[in-house]
Design a protein. Structure first.
Ligand SMILES: Nc1ncnc2c1ncn2[C@@H]1O[C@H](COP(=O)(O)OP(=O)(O)O)[C@@H](O)[C@H]1O
Ligand SMILES: [Mg+2]
Length: 260
C-alpha cells in the first residue's frame, strides 16, 4: 500500500562521475531526480552499464555522489549514513554466501554483524525461513543448494535486520529460469505480506511488469522515464513496455512519440 506523500527515497540532480577528469571519465549517473514512496515495489530498468548498480550503491552508502543529493528515510546519504545502513537491506549484484554455514546460520551470523541480539535473530530466522520456504532445509549447509535456493537465503539474509527498504540488485539474473521464477514468487509474496519498500534492478521487462508498481528507466546514467508500466505504455503509445524501452534506449523513439 502506498501512502501518498510518504517519500522514503529522494534524489536531486544526483550525478556520479568515475575517473573524473581522466580520459576514461564515465558519467554513471547524470542529474537523476527520483522519488520513491513507502510500500512501493520500484523497478530500475536499464541495459548493462546504465547506472543501476551505481544508484543503489549510493543509496546504501557504498559510494558517494559527485554532484547532487540523495536522501534515504529523510536523511542525506553523505551525512547520516549510519542511520540509513541500519534500516536498509541489500542483496548485492554479486552477493557472497557462506557455503559452509547452514541456511539458518547464514541469517544469524549476518544479523550478528549488525549487533542484533541472538535471541531476536533466532526468532527472525524462524519466521524468514518459513516465508522463503526453506524451513525444512534450514540446517543444511548452503553449498548443496541450487542457485534459486541460495538466492532465497540471500533475500532472507537481507531481511534479517528488518529493513524499511530492501534493495535487490538483479535478484533473478544468473540463475536458471526455474530459480528466477521461485525468486519472483517470493518477492511477490514479500510485497503482499510484508509491506516493505522494495527496489529492484533488472533488465527483464516481463519481470518489472509482473512485480513492480512503478519503474524508472535508466540509460547512460540518465533517468529517461518514470511511471507505472501501464502509464508508460500509454504515454508513449506503445503496445507494451518492451516497445517503450527499446524506443527510448535506441533513440529511435516510440511509435507516435518521436525520439526523446
Ligand atoms: N568503480 C567504478 N569505476 C569506474 N567505472 C565504473 C565503476 N563502477 C561502475 N562504473 C561504470 O559506470 C557505468 C555504470 O555502471 P553500473 O552502475 O554498474 O551499471 P548497471 O548496474 O546498470 O549495469 C558503467 O559504464 C561502468 O563501467
Ligand atoms: Mg549492475
Amino acid at each position: 500500500m502506498v501512502i501518498e506523500g510518504d517519500i522514503v527515497i529522494r534524489t536531486e540532480g544526483l550525478t556520479k562521475i568515475f575517473e573524473k577528469g581522466k580520459k576514461r571519465e564515465v558519467r554513471a549517473l547524470d542529474n537523476v531526480d527520483l522519488e520513491i514512496h513507502r510500500g512501493e515495489v520500484f523497478g530500475l530498468l536499464g541495459t548493462n552499464g546504465a547506472g543501476k548498480t551505481t544508484l543503489i550503491r549510493i543509496l546504501v552508502g557504498l559510494l558517494t555522489p559527485t554532484e547532487g543529493r540523495a536522501f534515504v528515510l529523510g536523511k542525506d546519504v553523505t551525512e547520516d549514513i549510519d542511520y540509513i545502513r541500519e534500516r536498509v537491506g541489500l542483496l548485492p549484484q554479486e552477493a557472497g554466501i557462506y557455503d559452509r554455514l547452514t541456511a539458518r546460520e547464514n541469517l544469524v551470523y549476518y544479523g550478528g554483524l549488525y549487533g542484533i541480539p541472538e535471541e531476536d535473530l533466532e526468532k527472525r530466522a524462524d519466521r524468514l525461513l518459513q516465508i522463503v520456504g526453506l524451513k525444512d532445509k534450514e540446517d543444511y549447509q548452503v553449498k548443496g543448494f541450487s542457485g534459486g535456493m541460495k538466492r532465497k537465503v540471500l533475500v532472507a539474509r537481507a531481511l534479517v535486520i528488518e529493513p524499511e527498504i530492501l534493495f535487490l540488485d538483479e535478484p533473478t539474473t544468473a540463475i536458471d529460469t526455474l530459480g528466477a521464477r521461485v525468486v519472483r514468487n517470493l518477492l511477490k509474496k514479500l510485497s503482499a505480506e510484508e509491506q516493505r519498500t522494495i527496489i529492484l534492478t533488472t533488465h527483464d521487462l516481463n519481470e518489472v511488469k509482473e512485480l513492480c508498481d512503478r519503474v524508472g528507466i535508466l540509460n547512460e546514467g540518465k533517468l529517461i522515464a518514470v511511471g507505472k508500466p501501464s502509464q508508460l505504455e500509454e504515454k508513449f503509445k506503445a503496445a507494451n513496455l518492451e516497445e517503450v524501452f527499446t524506443g527510448l534506449v535506441t533513440g529511435e523513439g516510440v511509435y507516435g512519440e518521436g525520439a526523446l
